[in-house]
Design a protein. Structure first.
Ligand code: GUN
Length: 304
């Protein structure tokens, strides 16, 4: 009989819980020692059910770690000028240290105009050009939430990442590109693959670290994975699941979990892997910006 090995499951849910505990400690210390209550404002325009669930989670967890939370729910037909006016008001509000406008926004609103209106000092998504540049050259500030969450899980599991070959699949501004910057900063050799990459399986087979962020359910198969590699699955694909009952759905990652877990050394599940880290990192970024806005050095355990 041939021995088979099964990957360690990287438990993002429990890591995120621990991270939220550390965030709550920092929030309490900011209050006790400096009289600062970190504050996060979340803005949602329209009624996309998925976005509403995310935003409700964000607001709930903000309160749970002891922060001030403001939630703005604007109707679907809100004009671009109204959203920009709200962003300007929040930019000027000293109780608010982080502003998040949930994407996507309805079609009458240009998302780039909204992003550029956010004061970079309060840009906890790390979407503004100023903050994207800071991440690139390693200056302190907020770091894109999902890539930061992936980096924390990788460091926790592997220790040093230096010298590892990381293959990122996906080149989005939200995940692929900032992930590339963070892994380079941690001295990985980084390959960014995308929809035009030729022979993707053979490239993924070279990876010590795979970060899958393509948004295509179970595209990356177990036989693409190098034995022992660490696999971070960023995909959250909602799939119809009639076998669970009428109208039911389930979540699938970008990696075919059942086959990949037989080959990988470690893998994040979906759900319960990267997803919970994204919101925790949003809260971490709000502590970082609250410190920087007040001339304090941000805690090193909450950032890259
Ligand atoms: N929509 C989906 N993910 C995100 C995110 O991380 N930030 C914002 N602002 N919108 C999103």
């Amino acid at each position: 009989m041939t021995a088979t090995s099964t990957a360690t499951i990287i438990d993002g849910k429990s890591f995120a819980e621990g991270l939220r505990g550390r965030i709550a400690d920092h929030v309490a210390r900011l209050k006790a020692e400096h009289g600062i209550t970190a504050g996060l404002a979340v803005v949602i325009v329209g009624h996309d059910p998925g976005s509403q669930v995310y935003v409700a989670q964000k607001a709930k967890q903000t309160v749970e770690v002891g922060m001030h939370s403001e939630k703005y729910e604007l109707p679907e037909d809100t004009s671009e000028a109204e959203v920009l006016a709200l962003v300007h008001k929040l930019n000027a509000d000293p109780a608010i240290h982080g502003i998040l406008v949930q994407m996507p926004v309805p079609k009458q609103i240009d998302p780039n105009k909204v992003i550029e209106a956010i004061d970079p000092a309060k840009d906890v998504d790390c979407f503004t050009p100023a903050n994207v540049g800071k991440v690139q050259i390693g200056l302190p500030g907020p770091v894109s939430c999902t890539p930061l969450g992936c980096l924390m899980l990788l460091r926790d599991h592997l220790g040093t990442l230096a010298g590892k070959h990381a293959v990122i699949i996906g080149r989005s501004n939200l995940v692929g590109k900032p992930m590339m910057q963070l892994l380079l900063r941690d001295n990985c050799t980084v390959t960014v693959a995308h929809s035009r990459t030729v022979d993707l399986p053979s490239i993924v087979r070279q990876a010590d670290i795979v970060v899958a962020a393509v948004g295509r359910p179970e595209m990356i198969k177990g036989d693409w994975i190098k034995p022992g590699a660490t696999v971070i699955d960023v995909g959250i694909n909602r799939i119809d699941a009639p076998e669970r009952g009428p109208g039911k759905t389930r979540l699938l990652g970008d990696v075919e979990f059942a086959s990949a877990k037989e080959v990988a050394g470690a893998i994040t599940p979906v759900p319960g892997g990267v997803g919970p880290m994204t919101i925790a990192c949003l809260l971490a970024n709000t502590v970082t910006t609250a410190c920087l806005i007040n001339g304090l050095v941000p805690p090193s355990d909450l950032t890259a």
